[in-house]
Design a protein around this ligand. Structure first.
Ligand code: 3PG
Length: 306
């Protein structure tokens, strides 16, 4: 029988896990769960005879694939697949997919929620500021960026976006102004919301040089990946500027130092929680299960990323 493993260090909501199991079992497959595991070895041990794996930010390394001789497909229930070794997948003839768009509203709501939290001085009771009339720059206009724009407009923010991979028409159709140079996004906006993926060309791309372009009092919001930040450059810019703020759903490795030195000018969620909603878990988890069924039963490779 085809075996599908749901391997989630950060588990789906119970309801979503139940829906995933039902979807997989209705297709006549077996559904196994490995949740809240604490070592890579547990994952390696769990994949020995599985045909398919559903993951979130879980690391699918060469070692995991080496330990899974029957593995045919890995579906990342979410957008970013930087946690899957695509080279090893190719070597093992394993198809890798993501589920684009399924959790993006949740991430976008968190981005705006964090902006409100920061604008109100992290709810410390003192007078803060409002988002109304402030300028928001969206760095990368994909599924999350689009939702961020929609919600930000509801707050009455002035919204612009930089994304060389998305046509001007697509961005403008949403009533969002197009910024042609990334530096202009950083130099003119009160809030900059990051939505770039982590890959070879974006890792550490947000460092001192670009941050030093930000205007006084600007807030950088990161619900994307910590790897896109050059943490040394971030620290240097914090030390140079007296008003820059950084709020992130993916805490940097030097978070303790930043908190100690700059206090409320930074905020980090205790655990990455952008996609942690019942709705996003349901949408992404069920989509992942359906994509596995479609691939195994019909060879459907929609959303294949490798
Ligand atoms: C994604 O890439 O889909 C988001 O970063 C969510 O990641 P998560 O499933 O680990 O919460």
């Amino acid at each position: 029988m085809t075996k599908v493993l749901v391997a989630t260090d950060k588990p789906f909501a119970a309801g979503a896990a139940k829906q995933i199991r039902m979807t997989v079992e209705e297709a006549g497959f077996e559904c196994l769960f490995l949740e809240k595991y604490t070592s890579a070895q547990q994952l390696i041990d769990a994949v020995a005879d599985v045909d398919a794996i559903i993951i979130r930010s879980d690391l699918i390394t060469k070692e995991v694939m080496d330990a899974a001789p029957k593995l045919k497909i890995v579906v990342r229930a979410g957008a970013g697949y930087d946690n899957v070794d695509l080279q090893a997948a190719a070597a093992h003839n394993v198809v890798v997919m993501n589920t684009p768009g399924q959790n993006s509203n949740a991430v976008a709501e968190l981005a705006l929620g964090m902006m409100v939290y920061q604008a109100r001085n992290q709810f410390d009771g003192t007078s803060g500021t409002e988002l109304l009339g402030k300028k928001l720059g969206i760095h990368a206009y994909g599924n999350v960026g689009k939702h961020v724009a929609r919600i930000a407009k509801g707050f009455g923010m002035e919204v612009c976006a930089f994304d060389p991979f998305v046509s001007k028409e697509t961005i403008e159709a949403d009533g969002v102004a197009v910024v042609d140079q990334v530096d202009d996004l950083y130099s003119t906006c009160d809030y900059i919301s990051l939505h770039i993926p982590a890959n070879a060309s974006t890792k550490k791309s947000i460092g001192y040089e670009i941050l030093s372009k930000t205007k006084k009092g600007a807030t950088l919001v990161n619900t994307a990946r910590k790897e896109v930040i050059d943490e040394e450059g971030l620290l240097k810019w914090f030390e140079t500027s007296d008003s820059f703020k950084y709020i992130s759903d993916i805490a940097p490795d030097n978070q303790a130092l930043l908190k100690e030195k700059f206090g409320k000018r930074c905020f980090f969620t205790p655990k990455k929680m952008g996609a942690q909603t019942a709705e996003a878990n349901n949408n992404a988890g069920i989509a992942a299960a359906r994509q596995i069924i479609g691939f195994i039963k019909r060879g459907d490779t929609t959303f294949k990323v490798n």
